[in-house]
Design a protein around this ligand. Structure first.
Ligand code: FMN
Ligand code: COI
Length: 374
């Protein structure tokens, strides 16, 4: 396979149509979902020449976590819907690629098992952990401790989901529950026997379904999207961990300034792959103003719509330190398991390396805003 689109086609053939729709879909009219990719097609690259772009080095260091390339695995939920071994496979492939995997809190494999799988491949894998801060802060703190003990190196708090976006494909398919046997393993009650529990987890956990509401029989909690979150919760998390705390899902330059003010370690410019508020801008279109607001004070990551090496080049040139890929990894996983994820990551690496060379760069940091035109 030569492109991410070919991986998506192969994944679609293998997946249950409702699960394909869950992975592929976005909110409402999917305007932002499409625009994330379309926005890159509106931008043109202006290469520099005669700069000796041999001996390229794609590696970056992000808040103390080294990555072999500025292309990370964005957090996506429910990998066992795509492959029986789910996140174990994704983690091994990311570790083999030497890149950072941001593990979703809504993984269908426990963080301890994901970390162990990554360690089979690399002694010190770059695993970060995405958090939906739960209103039950004691419970949230317990998850934080679990992830720390598993050896993760940073927390990424998702802040674009005060309520869940309306995904009409899921409504049409009545896809609101994980199939029996699959659980959001990180939400099992701490100390609970992992083999216990037999009730499906509800995906569309409404904010009214509160802690422990999944079922009286099961001890797997529902994920709660809490609209009450504010900057104090970020301060709270920072007081509970020594690890870097990033926030994911901001699009407004003023929020980027506030992130700097509140001492977060880094930000991820993201619209959740067009799955939350529809009609928000493509992430690449707001990146320049956010990069300007941050002014280099902290690392800026971006995700949404990255499918080609040229997309990576454009994002780095416009101010991102690294990018995340969500669906491409899921397509690799569904189409070909560990080999599939590895192929997707290596395809993106090679594509980026070539585009970097053609732009006259040797290192991700060589790319500059004047190399991108609208
Ligand atoms: C199927 C799916 C599940 C996702 N689950 C999560 C999640 O659990 N936590 C989160 O912060 N973001 C989640 N995201 C958003 C991704 O982290 C990321 O922002 C988005 O997928 C990037 O866009 P891309 O898929 O075009 O690369 C999910 C995205 C998809 C497609
Ligand atoms: C558990 C879900 C809310 C995961 C998610 O963020 C998504 O599906 O976009």
């Amino acid at each position: 396979m030569r492109t991410i689109a070919e991986f998506e086609a192969a994944a679609r053939e293998r997946l249950d149509p409702a699960h394909y729709d869950y992975f592929a879909g976005g909110a409402q009219d999917e305007i932002t979902l499409r625009d994330n990719e379309e926005a890159y097609k509106r931008l043109r690259l202006v290469p520099r020449v005669l700069r000796g772009s041999d001996k390229r080095d794609l590696s970056v260091d992000l808040l103390g976590t080294p990555s072999s390339m500025p292309i990370l695995v964005a957090p996506t939920a429910f990998h066992r819907l795509a492959h029986p071994d789910g996140e174990l496979v994704t983690a091994r492939a990311a570790a083999r690629a030497g890149t950072i995997m941001i593990v979703s809190m809504a993984s269908t494999t426990a963080i301890e098992d994901i970390a162990a799988a990554a360690r089979e491949v690399a002694p010190d894998p770059g695993l970060w952990f995405q958090l939906y801060l739960q209103p039950d802060l004691e419970f949230t703190e317990a998850i934080v401790r679990r992830a720390e003990n598993a050896g993760i190196k940073a927390f990424v708090v998702t802040v674009d989901s005060p309520v869940l976006g309306r995904r009409e494909r899921d409504d049409r398919n009545a896809f609101h529950d994980l199939p029996s046997g699959l659980f959001v393993e990180n939400l099992r009650n701490i100390g609970e026997n992992r083999s216990g529990g037999n009730t499906s987890h509800s995906i569309h956990a409404p904010a009214t379904t509160l802690n422990g509401g999944a079922s009286r029989r099961s001890h797997v909690r529902e994920i709660v999207m809490s609209a009450g979150l504010n900057w104090d919760h970020i301060a709270w998390l920072r007081s509970k961990t020594k690890l870097p705390v990033l926030i994911k899902g901001l699009l407004h330059a003023e929020d980027a300034r506030l992130a700097v003010h509140h001492g977060v370690a880094g930000i991820v410019v993201s619209n959740h792959g067009g799955r939350q508020l529809d009609t928000v801008p493509a992430t690449i279109d707001v990146l320049p103003e956010i990069a300007a607001a941050v002014g280099g004070a902290l690392p800026v990551l971006l995700d949404g719509g990255i499918r080609r090496g040229t997309d990576v080049v454009k994002a780095l040139a416009l101010g991102a330190d690294a990018v995340g890929v969500g669906r491409p990894v899921v397509w690799g996983l569904a189409a070909g398991g560990r080999e599939g994820v590895s192929e997707v990551l290596e395809m993106l690496r090679a594509d980026f390396d070539q585009a970097l060379a053609l732009c006259g760069g040797r290192h991700p940091a060589d790319l500059t805003p004047d190399q991108v035109r609208r």
